[in-house]
Design a protein around this ligand. Sequence first.
Ligand SMILES: Cc1cc2nc3c(=O)[nH]c(=O)nc-3n(C[C@H](O)[C@H](O)[C@H](O)COP(=O)(O)OP(=O)(O)OC[C@H]3O[C@@H](n4cnc5c(N)ncnc54)[C@H](O)[C@@H]3O)c2cc1C
Length: 364
Amino acid sequence: MQVLVIGAGVVGLAVARAAARKGHDVVVAEAEGAIGTGTSSRNSEVIHGGMYYPAGSLRARHCVRGRRMLYEFCAAHGVTNRKYGKLIVAANDAEIAKIESLAAQGRGNGVQGLELIGGSAARGMEPELVCAGALHSPETGIIDSHGYMLALRGDLEDAGGAIAFKTPVTGARRRSGQWAVDFGGSAGGTFEFDAVVNSAGLRAQSVARSIEDYPAARVPKQVLAKGNYFAYAGRPVFSRLIYPTPMPGGLGVHVTLDLAGRMRFGPDVEWITEETYTVNPARAAVFYDRIRIYWPGLPDGSLAPDYCGIRPKLCGPNEPQADFMIDAPAQHGLPGLVHLFGIESPGLTSSLSLAEEVVGYLDS
Ligand SMILES: Cc1cc2nc3c(=O)[nH]c(=O)nc-3n(C[C@H](O)[C@H](O)[C@H](O)COP(=O)(O)OP(=O)(O)OC[C@H]3O[C@@H](n4cnc5c(N)ncnc54)[C@H](O)[C@@H]3O)c2cc1C
């Protein structure tokens, strides 16, 4: 089959690679001039364990399976990663109850190695930490996400696939049993495909609306939740990722480490209506307050605005968490068309597993 994947983020690349390795002729259309310039280069680069997501959800299934696949992929392709492990810390008894239920949910989801520990055991692992107890996840790690995307691109091209850069998809329609797709850019025009995967991240809804036969009423609402990061100027004091108990909309202002062991903090949750990528320095005040709950030793003046990313959410503040949404032919009735909506965290961790599911729908 001639397969078009719209978007060369980590998910689009993983889908394109899986489709090409299955023997399809694959082209990826990417609006920008390089791979992974969207949300895929604006995240925490965490390989998540999989305990945050409700049993039976796509996020639970693909995170746990995708994590195992990702570690194997990294080993086979020489992609740098470090299994630092992570502590989700509880500040008080109410939060202890929350991490206990996270532990139960995680075990139900098949996350291996989860262990509830007391405050002093947590301090034994991380002496600067102050908490009433913690959930230890030894499988959580950090990945060089650009190295990973380069490896996906390499596999895609080895299997005969190609990426067309600066080639935005502007519309599509059914014509003689195929998808006629319009492209902008200097190589623009209309070309035909047997199957189309919409993996356009923050633009997935607008791409879906540009497909004439796809009912506009099926396009889910999109809500933008910016996550801001602050860099830490001093020497690292933690050797694991440290997360507070999750907050509505995100996982809480956490400590992440890069592959060199340097610390940074974030992301927070800032509900926005337009895409902007500036970090407001005034948000530092909230960061100091939140971080000092578990690290009272955070020095004044040590945080500097860093980067931010935008979560393509399907739900707003005070609404129940939405799952990933895969709208495939079995749901909408149009052959060979698959939309990926709301692929926020843990989309990076889930990418290889999500890709297998999506490719399974292409000839339906
Ligand atoms: C703050 C934050 C922290 C996160 N942390 C983590 C984490 O630690 N671990 C984890 O597993 N996940 C994390 N995630 C989630 C993860 O980053 C995303 O799920 C993942 O990057 C989504 O990839 P994607 O390919 O779907 O989208 P994107 O990376 O956004 O790619 C979409 C691509 O489509 C292109 N495009 C758009 N419109 C068109 C068009 N019309 N034609 C052609 N191309 C088009 C864009 O240019 C872009 O390159 C985080 C997300 C955020 C926002």
